[in-house]
Design a protein around this ligand. Structure first.
Ligand SMILES: Cc1cc2nc3c(=O)[nH]c(=O)nc-3n(C[C@H](O)[C@H](O)[C@H](O)COP(=O)(O)O)c2cc1C
Length: 169
């Protein structure tokens, strides 16, 4: 698949077949995640991969908008390591770039994915932190559900010329 096709075809997928993905697919996705840019090239991301069904269901208990995990093949919890980003100035952008690589690579492999925000909610951050007993320097950024899609979604038209400003505001 060409990059622009993946960008246009990627949608948040919230219905999965329940079938697993292969280890090779997962490795391809994780490799793509770590090819993203980072501020000062600190690569402070860490990735918690969850395939265990019971654990996936426990995530839903602490994050109410992750219901799609019931049939997902796995979840990747993208985290930032504050020991490498001690001013906490880069991790949100860096984890976001890695997350987008994950979504686009999943699309390229014919898989579905959904970014579920964690960092934007103290309650969800605390819930994920407690569930996985994360060290204090590890900040959960999001939960990305991945699996074989059981829904297809059309590509919306989003380009809006009013949001583009040439040369001056
Ligand atoms: C920061 C962020 C947080 C999100 N959190 C959730 C979430 O908790 N649950 C969910 O189902 N979708 C979540 N989404 C997915 C958005 O709802 C989705 O990207 C948006 O509706 C646009 O649809 P599309 O991804 O299909 O283009 C999140 C997306 C982002 C970027």
């Amino acid at each position: 698949m060409q990059l622009l096709d993946a960008i246009n075809k990627r949608r948040s997928i919230r219905q999965f077949t329940g079938q697993p993905i292969t280890d090779e697919q997962l490795q391809t996705i994780l490799n793509a995640a770590m090819m993203a840019p980072t501020g000062r090239n600190i690569q402070e991301w860490e990735f918690l991969v969850i395939k265990d069904k019971e654990t996936l269901l426990k995530i839903i208990e602490v994050h109410p908008y992750t219901q799609m995990l019931t049939e997902a093949a796995c979840a990747i919890i993208v985290c930032g390591n504050m020991q490498k980003d001690d001013a906490e100035s880069f991790w949100i952008g860096d984890c976001g770039a890695a997350s987008q690589n994950i979504l686009l690579t999943a699309t390229d492999l014919g898989l579905g994915s959904c970014w579920c925000g964690v960092q934007n909610s103290k309650e969800r951050t605390d819930g994920i932190r407690k569930l996985f007993n994360l060290p204090s320097h590890i900040m959960p950024f999001n939960v990305i559900a991945i699996g074989r899609p059981a829904e297809t979604r059309e590509t919306p038209q989003r380009f809006d010329s009013e949001k583009v400003h040439y040369e001056k505001w």
